[in-house]
Write a protein that binds this ligand. Sequence first.
Ligand SMILES: *Cc1c(COP(=O)(O)O)cnc(C)c1O
Length: 232
Amino acid sequence: MGEVKENIAAVKKMIADACNEAGRNQDDVTLVAVSKTKPNEMIMEAYDAGVRDFGENYVQELVEKMNTLPKDIRWHMIGHLQRNKVKYIVGKVALIHAVDSVKLACEIDKEAAKLGIVQDILLEVNMGREETKFGIFEEDALSVVAEISKLSNVRIRGLMTSAPYVVDPEENREIFHKIMRLAVDIKNENVDNVYMEVMSMGMSQDFVAAVKEGSTMVRVGSLIFGKRNYTK
Ligand SMILES: *Cc1c(COP(=O)(O)O)cnc(C)c1O
């Protein structure tokens, strides 16, 4: 094999080039390797290449991997999260990316309070207003942030979005630009407990465009681990 290692080097190079072009520091961009449906052996190849941030979408799969793989991995729950599954991951994952309602945040807060911890989360924004996607709309963001900020066991670290599938990734730059502006608007409200330091945006198809617009966390799966097979 060894392919994973080469793919990671290539992705890192693309991040570095995009940072150069945008006048950004590449250390400000975290690569989250999205390992959903992929076996532990492949995750370990990425681990051996130095990756410590891994993203998963399904709670059961995440918990199984977490229990068997090295303890210094930072796990990211990037998929849509159901409220009844919150208890299995709170306190165990570094970051929950796709918080898309006050209700979900309340559930995370409740479970985090039981453990006496503060759980870091991101607010998922549906910038492309796609019907098939989760996430709050831009115009609701300030009020949702205000509600969630009252919860003392969750901390909003920033925003997350998944842009539409496009043929030319440059088309998504406008969406990434808009969510960066939204983050500035939120920051300007100076709400306690709310930070806008993490911008989780950009996947295999469009992470270069996202980095050019200011992404601090890219979620790259297929470009590292190859296409996913969901039929297995
Ligand atoms: C699967 C997934 C990714 C990775 O997608 P690729 O196109 O394989 O890079 C990123 N973000 C989310 C939310 C995902 O579900």
